[in-house]
Design a protein around this ligand. Structure first.
Ligand SMILES: Nc1ncnc2c1ncn2[C@@H]1O[C@H](COP(=O)(O)OP(=O)(O)OP(=O)(O)O)[C@@H](O)[C@H]1O
Length: 267
């Protein structure tokens, strides 16, 4: 099957508040796919549905051919071993060394001998350029370095699918570029598939093969980064060119200013 993840006609809401409606997405193996959209558009929710932390109200969502909403707890646990996840802000365990943070999933999910775990951790840390920081605690490294340690931890089990939730948030421009290049390099070196949730247009377009734009729970545009740059779709244009007003209004919906200051009229 060419797609590691396939989403078909998926509907999801929190309680009776709809968040995603009629979603259809493909995530082909070996690719880096960016999921972009404004705050609250449902990007993180998609990652949580793929990881099986949430269940859709209807529709299908397959990972490696298995329909995630149908899986029982033990099958879900096995499937999650194939997934690496870099959470928003990539929090590390602060009381553990860099080494132990990366070793954590290997201890949790495997019975490998300690010497092999040591070598694997050092290889992963080497891949992110931090082998010599193995003995440091998170408080002793910079924010950009911490993000790279979180990256090494996310790929510790050589996942077939790696999900990144806002991996560039809060980083300086240099660390952002380093992180973006690493995401691409690690994806290609591991032969995995990466899903990148971000609202950073430059960094995401720089490494993604394909981009989905989400707005109010629906895919409003999709294509290669070049196609998205050339798109005349008003929503994509607003997003790509960071325009303050457009289909996504600057003003929170409600009464017009004229009404509020007693001049009447409609917004
Ligand atoms: N546990 C929850 N219970 C109820 N509503 C929630 C819950 N988690 C998220 N939401 C709502 O669902 C919507 C989509 O949230 P989601 O986190 O998927 O958006 P997002 O696109 O990832 O946004 P951001 O870029 O700000 O992280 C938001 O309006 C949010 O308030």
């Amino acid at each position: 099957m060419p797609n590691i993840v396939e989403i078909r006609d998926l509907h999801f809401g929190y309680g009776d508040r709809p968040i995603l409606s009629g979603l259809r997405m493909d995530f082909p193996r070996g690719k880096v796919i960016a999921v972009m959209g404004g705050s609250g558009s449902g990007k993180t929710t998609i990652l949580r549905l793929i990881g099986g932390q949430l269940r859709p109200q209807s529709g299908s969502l397959t990972v490696d051919g298995q329909n995630v909403p149908d899986l029982n707890t033990s099958d879900l646990y096995l499937l999650r071993r194939k997934m690496g996840m870099l959470f928003q802000n990539g929090a590390l365990f602060t009381d553990m060394t860099v080494f132990d943070n990366v070793a954590f999933p290997l201890h949790e999910h495997t019975n490998l001998p300690e010497e092999l775990i040591r070598d694997l951790v050092l290889l992963k840390l080497n891949a992110v350029g931090l082998r010599n920081a193995a003995r440091l605690k998170p408080a002793e490294i910079s924010g950009g370095m911490a993000r790279r340690v979180a990256l090494a931890r996310a790929i510790a089990l050589d996942p077939a699918l790696i999900m990144y939730d806002e991996p560039f948030a809060g980083l300086d421009p240099i660390s952002m570029g380093v992180t973006a290049n690493l995401i691409r390099k690690l994806n290609d070196a591991l032969g995995s598939t990466s899903i990148l949730v971000s609202h950073d247009v430059n960094e995401s377009f720089g490494i993604a093969d394909y981009v989905y734009f989400l707005s109010e729970g629906k895919i409003v545009a999709q294509g290669t980064p070049d196609e998205m740059r050339a798109s005349q779709d008003p929503y994509v244009k607003q997003f790509v060119h960071a325009e303050a007003d457009g289909p996504v209004p600057f003003h929170y919906p409600g009464r017009s200013l004229a009404e509020d200051v007693g001049l009447g009229g409609q917004q």
